[in-house]
Design a protein around this ligand. Structure first.
Ligand code: GDG
Length: 461
């Protein structure tokens, strides 16, 4: 079996000791690396004043962790700039927030090239290489320029936008041309795949075969859908155990028998947080019986807090949640508990299990793992209900969720009311169908499928 080389912006270096302590992706990548032996390569998370260092290399068993530092300028242009102020907003349909500047684009190209050149001396001819996400779309092209012939696959964790949105990016053609240097391009949903293939046909004058094989820019490669999963069984087990933990018992006691609605998201404008709070406000206005009887717990670990739009969303959210609490709170009940901090996965899983409703309303989301984690965490005897945005990739698999359009505030409030009053039998049926889906397509199945297709290559073309 060939050695595996994984490239991602951040590298999860140290294995936490308790199962479930780290996210599914890190677990899946590490399991694959441990099985085949290999390298996990990416940014160290450190910025330096001056030039690049050589990769810092740590070996743990069959896995080599190799990380590179960024200069402050590269961090500003590549990470904060092009990746998170151009690609992230644009790929989430926020053209109004996307910035287009030549110097951040130059920084993105430079870092992709430098990282590829740092990795190349560590590679063997028989390796297979799996690159993750929007930070590294130019990576394979850079490796090919340096003479690399290995199989290289790419998985995009975020949505691929429709042609009229994507083509607003001045350098759209260069990006897709560079993506065609990969051998396999993986997307979260059919919709993402179709948008990409649409670009190939309409803008790149390429061909798209029925089997997802495309021919464009002088290359032949495969495109396919791989909806990412979670470590379902581990998460479910952890939630059942965590039910009796100190924090989870304290949370339940603090509710005094009230129903809990829970939201957990990085503090990001793509997650639909303002709409969510407004929908909850609408619930209290149109269904006043809920006043004093439900609590909405919204957990938002801070994210990318040096990007201005993230500072703005935090202020707006605090103002909106404050207004709702100011309007409805009583001396013995506060409707929204808004927490700008993170919790361990163990505690989160217990919080999910203690909730009547999982409230997941992104305006755009590649997949949304929180939706799947909420389902995994439920007690089969008395499961909660998932209220899920149609714009999350997860909505395509989780057919037992109450699907909502997050822009329709009144519609979301109605679905919340339906979730809060849903009889046990209906909750069980909905939950059972969702749990089967996430148990079948868990994160192990996801990575095996991707690596198997990358390994297989494009037969007959
Ligand atoms: C990108 C795509 C795609 C959250 N708060 C805490 C915490 N979390 C964990 C969640 C979940 C993960 O972070 C977030 O994953 P999501 O999928 O919900 O969203 P993104 O971060 O935007 O991820 C997304 C994903 O990549 C994978 O392909 O699904 O569409 O945008 O696991 O539980 N974890 C801990 N404490 C917290 O407070 N420990």
């Amino acid at each position: 079996m060939s050695r595996l080389v994984v490239v991602s912006n951040r590298v999860a270096m140290v294995k936490q000791s308790r199962p479930g302590a780290e996210g599914g992706l890190a677990v899946a990548v590490r399991a694959a690396l441990r099985q085949r032996g290999g390298i996990w390569f990416g940014w160290s998370g450190k910025t330096l004043e001056r030039d690049y260092s050589q990769p810092s290399v740590t070996e743990v068993g069959k896995i080599t962790y190799a990380t590179v530092d960024l200069t402050q300028r590269d961090y500003d242009e590549y990470y904060k700039g092009f990746a998170n102020s151009t690609l992230w907003p644009l790929f989430h349909y926020r053209l109004d927030l996307a910035e287009f500047t030549q110097h951040t684009w130059a920084g993105y190209q430079r870092v992709n090239a430098l990282f590829a050149h740092r990795l190349q001396p560590l590679l063997k001819d028989s390796d297979i290489i799996w690159v993750h996400d929007y930070h590294f779309m130019l990576f394979a092209d850079q490796l090919r320029n340096a003479g690399c012939k290995q199989k290289i696959g790419f998985f995009l964790h975020i949505p691929w936008p429709a042609v009229p949105v994507f083509t607003a990016l001045p350098m759209h053609r260069e990006i897709v041309k560079a993506l065609c240097a990969y051998d396999l391009l993986g997307f979260q949903t059919d919709e993402d795949l179709l948008s990409f293939q649409d670009y190939i046909r309409r803008e790149a004058d390429g061909q798209v075969g029925k089997d997802g094989v495309i021919k464009a820019f002088g290359r032949t490669l495969r495109t396919a859908v791989f909806p990412i999963g979670i470590d379902t069984e581990v998460f479910a087990g952890m939630a059942a155990e965590s039910e009796d933990s100190k924090q989870v018992i304290r949370l339940r006691k603090s509710l005094l028998g009230r129903d809990l609605i829970i939201g957990v998201d990085r503090l990001d404008y793509s997650k639909g947080l303002i709409n969510r709070v407004e929908a909850f406000e609408h619930l209290l206005t149109s269904y006043p019986d809920n006043r004093g009887k439900v609590v909405f717990l919204q957990i938002n670990p801070p994210s990318r807090s040096d990007v201005t739009d993230y500072v703005d969303i935090r202020h707006e959210l605090e103002a909106t949640a404050g207004r709702v609490n100011g309007t409805f709170a009583e001396y013995d009940w506060v409707p929204i508990r808004y927490l700008n901090k993170s919790f361990s996965r163990r505690v989160l899983s217990g919080f999910f299990r203690s909730s009547k409703v999982g409230f997941v309303t992104p305006l755009r989301d590649g997949m949304n793992l929180v939706a799947k984690e909420f389902v995994a965490a439920q007690s089969p005897k008395n499961p909660g209900v998932l209220v899920l945005s149609r714009f999350a990739g997860a909505a395509r698999e989780l057919d037992g969720a109450l699907t909502v359009n997050p822009y329709d505030i009144e519609g979301v409030a109605e679905r919340l009311q339906e979730a809060l009053s849903m009889p046990l039998k209906a909750r069980r049926e909905r939950w059972q169908s969702m749990y089967s889906a996430i148990a079948r397509n868990d994160v192990t199945a996801w990575r095996e499928d991707f690596l198997e297709q990358l390994n297989r290559g494009i037969q007959g073309h």
